[in-house]
Design a protein around this ligand. Structure first.
Ligand code: ZN
Length: 313
């Protein structure tokens, strides 16, 4: 198992309104919409992928806007990704705090693990934060007239998992691929051996939290990256043998191949291949500019497009 997991791949959340979502992640946070497709398991719902210029693994944040599909507001709590943390350069938190507040979002600072985190909610109620990480050498995800290179987000820094029995889960994560850790009262930081942002998990002691319930405004799963599908198979076998965990068969997500399983502590994990990536069906310039469908849905394009709610980029 050691070394197979390279770090984070993406985070996927269930959100409310498509237009609000696109505006928030692209215009306010300055991500690039790198792919517009549909939820492969529910083609009435978009699947938006936000990330850096080409949607490199560890910069990808993805959403399913489920408004008016009969999905209720979820509860954020144990057994879920509690918060998604974005990484930004040194001396940028002030900028982000002011920017969020000037657009009507509350943003507060919390100290944990020796650092300042700027906490805020997205329009659907997802818990997000930004942390300054000077070890993050990734290029800025995207820059706009208002967000310069010096302030721009670099991608996902880490995710916070809320866990009722943190010791058991921390032990599992250690073996799964996040061996390095430091602790404070409530939080345990775990990292792969590859230092820097995009390769970290934070376990939050969730003793006082409710159990999470899936729904609008909750993270559905977090994906970790591997180099090849052979590595995913090795992980699947390890999980079965060591923990009796049954990961799913390999699913073709077109831009990567994945397996899914629940960890001790109940969070839904995905292991995804780094490739082939988002350039398989669009050029770098065109990324995210039109609805992309996998071959097996292309024949029904007209019907699928009719069911999707229009929005403007
Ligand atoms: Zn996923």
């Amino acid at each position: 198992m050691k070394g197979l997991i390279k770090g984070l791949h993406h985070v996927t959340a269930t959100v409310n309104d498509a237009q609000e979502d696109v505006d928030f992640y692209t215009k306010l946070l300055g991500q690039r919409l790198v792919k517009e497709t549909v939820n492969f398991d529910n083609e009435k719902v978009y699947h938006f992928y936000y990330g850096n210029e080409i949607g490199s693994p560890s910069t990808i944040f993805t959403t399913f806007p489920y408004k008016n599909q009969g999905v209720r507001q979820g509860v954020i709590g144990n057994g879920q990704v509690y918060e998604s943390v974005f990484s930004a350069p040194e001396n940028s938190l002030d900028f982000w705090g002011k920017r969020l507040r000037s657009h009507g979002f509350e943003a507060t600072i919390e100290h944990r693990l020796g650092k300042e985190f700027l906490l805020f909610d997205d329009p659907s109620g997802l818990k997000l934060s930004i942390v300054e990480n000077h070890t993050d050498h990734r290029e800025p995800v995207w820059t706009t007239d208002e967000i310069t290179k010096e302030k721009a987000i670099r991608g996902i820094d880490s995710v916070v998992l809320a866990i009722k029995n943190p010791e058991e889960t921390t032990q599992f994560l250690h073996e799964f691929g996040y061996p390095v850790h430091i602790k404070d009262e409530k939080y345990t930081l775990l990292e792969t051996n590859k230092d820097g942002a995009g390769n970290s998990l934070i376990v939050l002691d969730g003793r006082d939290l409710p159990d999470g319930i899936n729904g609008l405004g909750t993270v559905h799963h977090v994906a970790h990256r591997v180099d090849s599908i052979e590595d995913s198979i090795k992980i699947k076998e390890f999980l079965q043998k060591k923990y009796g965990i049954n990961a799913t068969e390999v699913k073709d997500r077109k831009y990567f191949k994945s397996i899914y399983f629940r960890i001790p502590g109940n969070v839904l994990f995905e292991v995804a291949t780094s490739g082939p990536g988002f350039l398989v069906d669009e050029s770098k310039e065109e990324l995210g500019t039109s609805l992309k469908l996998p071959e097996w849905q292309e024949a029904r394009r007209e019907q699928i497009e009719k069911n999707l709610v229009p929005y403007t980029r």
